[in-house]
Design a protein around this ligand. Structure first.
Ligand code: GDP
Length: 364
């Protein structure tokens, strides 16, 4: 599965948000064959298109696609120096695909701020700096090794040293490694190999109090401006509200949302933002027996998408019958879409698009 790691200073609302996410999520009991670690939440990706399709075909079983969130607590100033458990937390971050960085944008005298005041940009920089410091260590280690190898005059090693030195400059300036785009295959391989923390895509969650849920506040605006500067997005969430919402039954939830003037839980925006951050898109398989949303990375071809369902589908792939979501809904059924010529027969090279409703033809 694809994983977002939730990081942030202590007391900013990480657990509150994580608990709300997992309350809506999938119970460990439904996963009898694998153990879910307590700090990992498997969360259905809310998608109104799936609901619409399920309704159209009166499906007996509607299955959302999922993604995972990991609560990575304990990242504090000094973590990269290996004090206490710091290094262990950095290790957890290494294993996620993207980073959700929660930033405190609420004032509450009853909740202590570890740095003594509310200051979103300082908080962002404290965490970023720990990640940068950890990456500097990784780059330094690699540089030492590669410089030694480069003494033999090996061209590849020399090119690696050159790129590592550029990386080092970026990190020395306190900037994340992601600002340096690798240009050659060698550089891309090297970056993948290094498994740096600051090359992972990041999004910020501005955690606000209930009163600011709708329109944010000056802290949020400050954060949004700074995030725009680094090409990152900000999702504003009132952690407290989300926790309350997550404990309600569906109909009570609707009522509460209406009272607040909200259309959907803020968590839905967060989950979708995480999904986008990971470069993921959704295709559907639609039927009376089951209607299901599936996750693929953008750019996946039809056989690759088939392989998500079953390896046999990929191995024996013949073609994919594809109806775009909009066409499916407009026609009202698969047969109507087929009659109107809106069901396309696509081959091996076809790149699956977000919202495609697909029927795979394959040999067994
Ligand atoms: P973590 O250390 O980042 O995981 O933070 P927690 O989720 O444990 O939250 C720390 C404290 O802040 C708890 O007492 C929460 O109830 C409180 N808290 C979390 N989110 C909000 C919020 O949006 N507004 C207010 N006023 N308090 C919050």
């Amino acid at each position: 599965g694809f994983r977002c790691g939730i990081v942030g200073l202590p007391n900013v609302g990480k657990s509150t948000i994580f608990n709300a996410l997992t309350a809506a999520g999938i119970d460990a009991e439904n996963y009898p064959f694998c153990t879910i670690e307590p700090n990992v939440g498997v969360v259905p990706v809310p998608d109104p298109r799936l609901d619409r399709l399920a309704e159209l075909v009166k499906t007996r079983n509607k299955v959302a696609t999922q993604m995972e969130f990991v609560d990575i607590a304990g990242l504090v100033k000094g973590a990269s120096q290996g004090e206490g458990l710091g290094n262990q937390f950095l290790g957890h971050i290494r294993q996620v695909d993207a980073i959700v960085h929660v930033i405190r944008c609420f004032t509450d005298d009853n909740v202590v701020h570890v740095e003594g005041s509310i200051d979103p940009l300082r908080d962002r920089d404290v965490i970023t700096m720990e990640l940068v410091l950890a990456d500097m260590e990784s780059v330094e280690k690699r540089l030492k090794k590669t410089r030694n190898q480069a003494k033999s005059g090996d061209k590849k090693c020399k090119a690696e040293v050159a790129f590592l030195e550029k990386l080092q400059e970026v990190l020395d300036r306190g900037e994340p490694a992601r600002v340096l785009e690798p240009e050659t295959d060698l550089e891309r391989d090297l970056v993948r190999d290094l498994c740096l923390l600051t090359t992972k895509p990041v999004l910020y969650v501005a955690n606000v109090s209930e009163d600011d849920a709708a329109s944010g506040n000056s802290f949020v605006r400050e954060l949004e401006e700074a995030a725009a500067g680094e090409g990152a997005s900000v999702v504003t969430i009132a952690g407290g509200i989300e926790q309350e919402l997550s404990q309600l039954e569906a109909d009570e939830q609707q009522e509460f949302l209406a009272d607040l003037g909200m259309e959907e839980p803020g968590l839905h925006r967060l989950i979708r933002a995480g999904y986008e951050l990971l470069g993921l898109i959704t295709f559907f398989t639609v039927g009376e027996k089951e209607t299901k949303a599936w996750t693929i990375t953008r750019g996946t071809t039809a056989p690759g998408a088939a392989g998500k369902i079953h390896t046999d589908f990929e191995r024996g792939f013949i073609r994919a019958e594809v109806i775009a979501y909009e066409d499916y809904v407009r026609c009202g059924s698969e047969s109507a879409a087929r009659d109107k010529g809106l069901m396309r027969s696509e081959g091996k090279e076809y790149v699956v698009q977000d919202g495609d409703c697909i029927l795979f033809r394959f040999n067994v």
